[in-house]
Structure formats: C-alpha cells, structure tokens
Write a protein that binds this ligand. Structure first.
Ligand code: FAD
Length: 391
C-alpha cells in the first residue's frame, strides 16, 4: 500500500522481500476467506484498537473501511458483508486480489526485488541486503519498513528486524502473541472427541470484559474469535499469575430464569443429554463441556444446571506461542515515531503495519490497520521528501 501510494505520486519504488514471492501472509489470511475489513460504524471500529485508537484514528480515517473496500472493488474484487458485519471478497480468498494488485503495481513502475533479505544499515547509512546474487547496498531517498510481526515466521516475517532497530536506539517492545489460542487441561476423552468442533453463539468473560462470539475446541485448549478478542487481557493475567480463569455463557440470549424454566419441563424417558439438547438447545460439545467441568454427574435440579450453563468456569494454563498466533503485539513503540510514522531517531526511515506496537482482534481490523499505516507512511515519505527538516 505504501508502494502504491508513492508510485501514484511519481516516486520510483523498489519493494524488497526476503521471500521468493510477495504477500505470503496475505495469502494465508485468504485461507480463512480474507476478512479485509468490517462494516460497523467508524467510532466502534476505531474502538477495536484499544490503547492505539487515538494515534491510529487519523490514519484509518484517511483510508477508512469504505475506502479500502472501494480499493479492492477497483481491483475487480467484488465484496460482500457477512452477517457478523465482516467484509470479505466474494472469491473468499486472497490470490485473485493479490494477482490483480501486483499487476497494477507493476504497471505503475514498482519494482520487486524478491529473495532480498534486508540485514540492516552500513556505517554510512546504506541499506544492506543479501540475496542469491550476493550482498548489495542501496541508498534510497527514503525507506518504509513494513517487516511484519513475528507470527507464522515461515511466511517471511520472523521479527529478525527487532535487534537491528534496537541497536539504532529505536524503542521496540518485545513481540508477543496476539489472537492466539489458550491452553486448558482437557481430559484426553474430551479432547479427542471434540477437538475441531465449535462452541457457537456463546459469551466468554474474563475480569470485567465479556465478548460474544464463537470459540473452537482444540486438542490443546480453545481458539477462535471470542478467545482472540480477549487476547491482550488474557496474556497479561497469564504472565502475571501463571493461570487465568474465564467463564463461558453457553446461552447468552437466555436468562437463568428462562433457562431454568426450560430445563424444568418434564423430560419423560429422555436421557438428560437429549433433554438438554432439546429443551435448552445445547450442542453435544456444550453438554459434554458441562460434564468435563463437573468431572462427573451434572448438578441436580434445573436451577443449578441453568446457572452452570450460564457460567462455565475454565482455568487456562497458558497460551500458544508467537509462531501459532494470527498476529503479534509489541513492536516499534508509538513514541519512537512521529505523527507521520517516521522513526524519530532515523530521519527518512518510516514504519508501517504489524511491526508497529498496536493490536486488534480478528474481524478485518488487522489488515485495515496495516493498509492504513502503509498509506500513512507513504504520505509521510512524500512530505519528508518535500521538506526533509520539517515535522
Ligand atoms: C493464519 C492467519 C490468518 C489471518 N487472517 C486475517 C484476516 O482474515 N483479516 C485480517 O485483517 N488479518 C488477518 N491476518 C493478519 C494479517 O495477515 C497480518 O496482520 C498482515 O499480513 C500484516 O501485514 P504486514 O505487511 O505488516 O506484515 P506481513 O504481511 O507479515 O509482511 C511482512 C513482509 O516483510 C518481509 N520481511 C520480513 N523481514 C524481512 C527482512 N529482514 N528482509 C526482507 N523482507 C523481510 C516478509 O517476508 C513479509 O513478506 C491473518 C494472519 C494469519 C497468520
């Protein structure tokens, strides 16, 4: 996005990437349908960026969800909005969009140098690259670093840039997993029977936060949108206490009273599981989750059972690592950047995307944040090339 913005202003751009082809993580995001952005009102949208909201807002307002959608449609990728408000290409993958985009960048004169691994700066300030043809140094007028975070390192972004910037006095917060699964000690029987099955339309609470959505049972614990949305809080509690408690409301649209009434209906000769499935609308995985936490028979009486369904306590023992996370928290500290995303300690060098210290839940907020900061860094470059000394 930075390259496209710069090329549109007549700037000669070379994109270096250590991988053999561009956009590998973007393609991976396409495996889940490529959730490009979200259709909710902008104020709520901006709220998803938590502590980074204030400084990200002007960049996202300059390339907002409508503008990003128009950009994708302009690349002949019709979009649709799912029932959750998430926006996807109708193709439900990234490859057609990436192909059309790379062709347009090529037409705009953007040069791609693949297998070109950036290694840092020479003493004279040149960018150093290594590749199949050996080492090279380049001295561009300006540099945009968009090196990604540290998740899924085999797709290219391995966080190898962290020590390179830190050595230049740039404040970088350690990369840590965001939007990542959490670990739980399931019984082997529960894990083997239910791994890969969803707990749909639930609410998960931790501390004073409650998130509605879906979670997926995994052999190691739980993953999925509702868990990811609590990433930052869970990470903090796990780091401080070594464990964290969450409670699942398996029927968030029904009160304890309503649920009690339904469970109290006569069940005749039906098994309790069948009764709970029919009367309370619980899935087999939800019913077995209740058995899993009680380690035996379910509570007697409709009241206690309804209360358990509304508040299933689970103890988390940890979270998965950065290599398994959807995204990274941490990165270049906001205070190391000026308002135009230039690294204060390194005039002419800008940062964009996931390598900056912000985080957001899944829902299209990650790509939107990356695209918006890419365009913002490019505008910063144009401004700086016009007037290098001014801020
Ligand atoms: C499984 C998965 C699914 C996802 N789904 C979604 C989704 O549906 N919606 C959404 O909004 N987000 C999604 N994301 C997150 C989103 O893909 C990322 O946030 C986004 O791609 C980050 O963009 P970026 O340009 O900052 O970094 P990246 O996409 O990681 O790109 C950084 C590039 O820098 C290159 N690089 C790194 N270091 C060097 C170096 N030293 N020299 C040369 N090149 C280097 C890498 O090869 C890479 O190509 C998903 C992520 C994953 C892992």
């Amino acid at each position: 996005m930075a390259a496209e913005t710069l090329a549109a202003h007549g700037v000669a751009v070379t994109v270096h990437d250590r991988m053999p082809s561009a956009g590998r993580k973007f393609l991976m995001a396409g495996r889940g349908g490529l959730n490009l952005t979200h259709s909710e009102p902008l104020d709520r949208f901006l709220g998803r960026y938590g502590a980074a909201r204030n400084w990200l807002a002007p960049h996202i307002e300059a390339l907002d969800p409508q503008a990003l959608s128009a950009w994708a449609e302009n690349l002949d990728q019709p979009l649709f909005t799912g029932s959750s408000g998430r926006v996807f290409p109708k193709a439900m993958k990234a490859s057609p969009l990436l192909r059309a985009w790379l062709a347009r960048l090529d037409g705009a004169g953007v040069r791609f140098a693949m297998r070109s691994h950036w290694r840092g700066w020479s003493q004279e300030g040149a960018l150093l690259f290594s590749g199949p043809d050996g080492d090279r140094a380049e001295r561009p007028d300006a540099t945009v670093l968009a090196l990604g975070g540290g998740s899924w390192p085999r797709l290219g972004s391995d966080g190898g840039w962290v020590p390179l910037l830190a050595a230049r006095g740039v404040k970088v917060r350690p990369l840590s997993p965001s939007n990542v699964g959490v670990r739980l000690d399931w019984s082997p029987a529960f894990a083997s029977r239910f791994a890969g099955q969803p707990l749909k339309a639930i609410a998960i609470s931790h501390g004073d936060r409650t998130v509605r959505g879906e979670a997926m049972i995994a052999a190691y614990g739980l993953e999925g949108g509702a868990i990811y949305a609590l990433s930052a809080d869970l990470r903090e509690t796990l780091a401080a206490d070594g464990a964290a408690t969450i409670t699942l409301d398996l029927k968030p649209d029904q009160s304890v009273g309503q649920l009690t009434g339904r469970i109290a209906r006569p069940r005749g000769s039906q098994s309790l599981s069948n009764h709970l499935r029919k009367a309370a609308g619980l899935s087999p995985q939800a019913i077995n989750l209740l058995r899993e936490v009680t380690c035996g028979p379910l509570p007697e009486g409709s009241g206690p059972l309804a209360r358990l369904i509304k508040s299933v306590p689970l103890t988390l023992t940890g979270h998965e690592g950065l290599d398994r996370a959807i995204s990274s928290a941490g990165g270049v500290a906001r205070e190391a950047l000026d308002a135009h995303l230039m690294i204060k300690a390194m005039p002419g060098v800008f940062a964009a995307g996931e390598m900056i210290d912000w985080e957001a839940p899944t829902g299209g907020y990650l790509l939107q944040g990356c695209f918006a900061t890419g365009a913002a860094a490019a505008r910063g470059v144009l401004r700086w090339m016009d007037e290098p000394s001014g801020d």
